[in-house]
Design a protein around this ligand. Structure first.
Ligand code: ADP
Ligand code: ASP
Ligand code: MG
Length: 417
């Protein structure tokens, strides 16, 4: 069995649906399972609906209409006016409207998941209908019957035992299946989501449960490049990479693959291929057990919007373990995860993703005990397997505020304002 995952960029319009359908028709044999994300920026659009519903700002229906119009345009380009898909899609929007009629629960995550999850239901209904019209036999699966999770909304944890047995019971060899990424379901049958960009992870969950031969993640890039092409003009395609290295890169913030994806695959030595949906014959990047990185080039990771905080004691005493545990307790309390930290005798510096609302609370708490300096709007660069040349090129002309080196990894925080 082979698992394929197509992301939002691959189905951002009617042409995308046609193209993905043609890729699926090309797959050899029927032993395949397709995981699909919501179309284009649908998840962002539905997030706005959920926020408006929760904050009762009166804009929820307006935001919903944007998403309705977007899907309507795509339908009109793919199907005749009288096609039954119009009713199916309309029913999904009616379901969201019903959710908007009820007063929101006191739990934003719950409201978010019930609304935002419909993006994947919409996209898979549309692709499924298009495939049937074009005589590609397959079975549409509601992933919420299969991926069982706890009830931590927006970041649900998978119950592996229940999920593996549900998948194994439903999915049989020799057929073609289509299902949704990103979604799960609690024991009480409420929809959950696995965290933004979680569809890659869904593909790994199915691969693990089905002992798949390979996972193919189809993207709008030729594969994993040694830097995000949105920020770097010159990039090199990484042809081979080990699971270990892929986990490290995801940890440092490489955005091309969801960080939770690799470990289930590594556990069962299932190779992962990141490949281009525009160049279907290119091999892309193969990530697998024991593969040596090829080519051996430095890998650059950018994280924008960083906050750097420098903390020192009010009485000029050294920063010692007691202080550090107090500082970390504050970060943990507000769910702030540290991207890089540095300690000196009199101050402790930490860098994390900016979260303005939370930061005010963190600052207040820290300032009660410490002297705190901070800086917003910074950028963090990480170079894995850095070379003198790579470092020189990267830091040239940049205003460095922090630098840290280990044997394989260099991290700098710079002020680019
Ligand atoms: P999808 O959700 O459609 O599967 P994503 O947008 O999550 O795709 O991932 C693809 C994007 O990841 C690319 O368009 C690219 O901008 C970005 N990206 C970030 N880092 C890298 C990298 N090292 N190599 C390739 N793409 C990267
Ligand atoms: N649609 C979800 C998101 O945009 C999940 C995914 O695309 O992976 O985050
Ligand atoms: Mg994505």
């Amino acid at each position: 069995m082979r698992i394929h995952k197509f992301g939002g960029a691959s189905v951002k319009d009617a042409e995308g649906i046609r193209h993905v359908a043609s890729l699926i028709q090309d797959f050899s044999g029927d032993d395949q399972l397709i995981v699909l994300s919501a179309m284009g920026k649908t998840t962002n659009a539905l997030e706005k609906v959920a926020e408006s519903h929760f904050t009762k700002d009166g804009e929820a229906h307006k935001h919903l209409k944007e998403s309705k119009d977007f899907h309507q345009t795509i339908l009109s380009e793919l199907f005749d006016e009288k096609d039954s898909i119009y009713d199916a899609i309309n029913n999904v929007f009616v379901e969201i409207e019903w959710a908007l009629e009820d007063p929101p629960r006191d739990d934003f995550g719950f409201e978010y998941d019930q609304i935002v999850s419909q993006g994947e239901i919409l996209s898979t209904l549309i692709l499924s209908h298009y495939l049937h019209k074009n005589n590609t036999q397959h079975q549409w699966l509601d992933v919420r019957d299969l991926v069982r999770t706890n009830n931590v909304y927006r970041n649900a944890r998978v119950d592996w035992d229940l999920t593996v047995s549900a998948i194994q019971e439903m999915v049989k060899p020799g057929k073609l299946y289509l299902t949704q990424g990103f979604l799960g379901c609690t024991s009480e049958n409420f929809t959950t989501t696995l965290g933004r960009e979680g569809s890659d992870y869904t593909a790994a969950i199915f691969a693990f449960a089905l002992n798949a031969d390979e996972v193919n993640v189809w993207k709008d890039v030729p594969g994993m490049l040694n830097a995000d092409p949105r920020f770097f003009k010159e990039t090199t395609l990484i042809e081979n990479l080990s699971f270990y290295e892929a986990i490290e890169l995801a940890y440092y913030g490489a955005k091309v693959i969801h960080p939770k994806t690799i470990q289930p695959l590594q556990r069962k030595s299932i190779p992962l291929r990141i490949r281009s949906f525009q160049e279907k014959n290119s091999p892309g990047t193969l990530i697998g057990e024991g593969l040596k990185q090829y080519p051996q080039v430095p890998f650059f990771i950018v994280k924008k919007d960083q906050t750097l905080v420098s903390i020192s004691s009010k009485d000029f005493a050294f920063i010692v373990e007691d202080h550090l545990s107090e500082i970390f307790a504050t970060f943990a309390k507000y769910g702030i995860s540290v991207n890089v930290m540095q300690n000196s005798a009199i101050s402790f510096s930490v860098c994390f993703d900016s979260k303005p609302m939370l930061f005010e609370k963190v600052l207040k708490e820290l300032e009660a005990e410490f002297h705190v300096l901070y800086n917003h709007g910074l950028t963090m660069y990480t170079i894995r397997h850095y070379t003198a040349d790579a470092v020189e090129k990267l830091i040239k002309g940049k205003n460095l505020v922090l630098e840290q080196k280990s044997r394989h990894t260099l991290q700098i925080v710079v002020d680019e304002s």
